[in-house]
Design a protein around this ligand. Structure first.
Ligand code: TZP
Ligand code: MG
Length: 208
């Protein structure tokens, strides 16, 4: 069973104004031990270079790194895993590429999708958005705490990550509703002072 920390930060270059490597460093300074690199704007070549640098930083700090969308980049770099959406490569195909030890996460947006996902060879199922979010284009309707509880009930023991609009005010309630971990972008990645990311991460962890 995947050892999943309660806080799972996700990088965003536009929001933070920082490279993925710099975000990993600041999040790790605040206590994060698992980080997902999410990049929707760079070319694959540019993202590969950024992810390579971020992985160097992560390795030096003992942080595990998961790549959003791109199993090929995760494979080429030897990252810890990949996070797939409903329109990405199927999780089973990513498992064939990356092997048994890789972390494979899969995004879902409804109870039905989560039940389907739990049958696959994934290490965690993500459900979201839990609350309203501005960090994703076309996020779909929020499932709320009730949605998290319904998914937990439906998927049994599968590791469950909740995402979307989660902050230090509501995170505890999301975990209490049945999530094992909360994935967070904007509540951690303040633009401006990089030290603020570290401070927010520390405070967030303290709130859990
Ligand atoms: N998937 C569902 S909601 C979301 C993603 C990538 C964005 C989460 O960002 P934030 O800023 O923590 O709401
Ligand atoms: Mg995706």
């Amino acid at each position: 069973m995947l050892d999943l920390p309660k806080l799972y930060p996700i990088t965003d270059r536009r929001l933070s104004g920082l490279s993925h490597a710099e975000q990993v460093a600041r999040l790790s300074d605040g206590g994060a031990s698992l980080v997902q690199l999410r990049e929707k704007h760079l070319s694959p070549r540019e993202f590969y270079r950024e992810a390579e640098e971020a992985l160097r930083v992560a390795r030096a700090r003992g942080v595990r790194l998961v790549i959003n969308d791109r199993a090929d980049i995760a494979l080429a770099l030897g990252a810890d895993g990949v996070h797939l959406g409903q329109d990405d490569m199927p999780p089973g195909a990513a498992r064939s590429l990356l092997g048994d030890k890789a972390i494979i996460g899969f995004s879902t947006h409804s109870v039905a999708q989560a039940i389907e996902a739990a049958r696959l060879l994934v290490d965690y199922v993500a459900i979201g958005p839990v609350f309203a979010t501005s960090s994703k284009e076309n996020p779909g309707p929020a499932v709320g705490l009730e949605g998290v509880a319904r998914v937990r009930e439906a998927v049994g023991q599968v590791r469950l990550v909740a995402i979307g609009g989660i902050n230090e005010e509501n995170a505890r309630a999301v975990l209490d509703a049945g999530a094992d971990s909360v994935a967070v972008i904007s509540a951690l990645l303040a633009p401006g002072d990089p030290a603020e990311i570290t401070r927010r991460t520390r405070l967030f962890l303290d709130s859990l």
